[in-house]
Design a protein around this ligand. Structure first.
Ligand code: ADP
Ligand code: ADP
Ligand code: ADP
Length: 213
């Protein structure tokens, strides 16, 4: 399967991804994770993206399209993939269709993590992450066994620099202005499934499974 997860920051895309990935053996391509790795490694791409990401704005289409183009050509992604956080603009969606067209493939399903903005501040400001694995915790909704440490490895958890109430405002603005039109773009093709992303994680997982059955 070739899937796209769309939703505002904190809607639960990263939380649901591992479950979908394991069930269908897909590769998980999260442009935000890839960009943060590039920033940490101070690669030319990371140096270009850092400031824009800290402001909560979208990096240029060319930067992320390049990353995805490379990733979806990998042998490990031929059976299918989950795009998490991409495409974020209609221009990115058009480029993606073009890349897939060249492979003779297409997107099977777009999962829309629909949720009210009001819930997201609490989710984002309480988020803690274990970057090597991508495991996500929440101080209130999904606390680690030991505060600040990953349950599996015992390694330290981090908070993202852009996970503040202030930067969230810019990220939500970018979402509504630039990413919401991507949902309309795929709705016209008729392959969008609506999820109730405000529900507890297990209920969202059940909706995902129903949408992909
Ligand atoms: P996204 O990848 O869409 O930005 P995450 O999956 O990282 O969102 O979730 C953001 C935060 O909210 C995390 O701390 C996560 O543990 C928590 N969370 C995820 N899904 C739910 C849910 N259904 N209900 C409550 N909290 C959730
Ligand atoms: P979240 O999980 O909170 O939805 P991401 O981790 O997907 O956020 O993205 C973090 C930041 O990385 C974004 O605010 C943006 O600056 C950049 N980014 C990620 N994916 C894209 C994309 N497809 N297009 C442009 N910028 C992106
Ligand atoms: P159970 O005790 O039934 O096994 P869990 O321990 O998985 O359930 O979850 C306990 C509570 O925490 C539930 O309300 C669930 O919705 C919430 N929860 C579980 N995982 C997450 C997560 N990743 N993000 C946010 N909330 C979560």
């Amino acid at each position: 399967k070739r899937l796209i997860l769309i939703g505002p920051p904190g809607s639960g895309k990263g939380t649901q991804s591992p479950l979908i990935k394991d069930e269908y053996c897909l590769c998980h391509l999260a442009t935000g994770d890839m960009l943060r790795a590039a920033v940490a490694a101070k690669t030319p791409l990371g140096i270009k993206a850092k400031e824009t990401m800290e402001k909560g704005e979208l990096v240029s289409d060319d930067l992320v399209v390049g990353i995805i183009d490379e990733a979806i050509k990998k042998p490990s992604c031929q059976k299918g993939f989950i795009l998490d956080g991409f495409p974020r603009t209609v221009a990115q969606a058009e480029k993606l269709d073009e890349m897939l067209g060249k492979q003779g493939t297409k997107i099977d399903k777009v999962l829309n993590f629909a949720i009210d903005d009001a819930i997201l501040e609490e989710r984002i400001t309480g988020r803690w992450i274990h970057p090597p694995s991508g495991r996500t915790y929440h101080t209130k909704f999904a606390p680690p066994k030991t505060p600040g440490l990953d349950d599996v490895t015992g390694e330290p958890l981090i908070q993202r620099k852009d996970d503040t109430a202030e930067v969230l405002k810019s990220r939500l603005e970018a979402f509504h202005r630039q990413t919401a039109p991507v949902i309309d773009y795929y709705s016209k093709k008729g392959n969008v499934a609506q999820l109730h992303a405000e529900k507890p994680p297990k209920e969202v997982t059940a909706e995902v499974q129903k949408a992909l059955a």
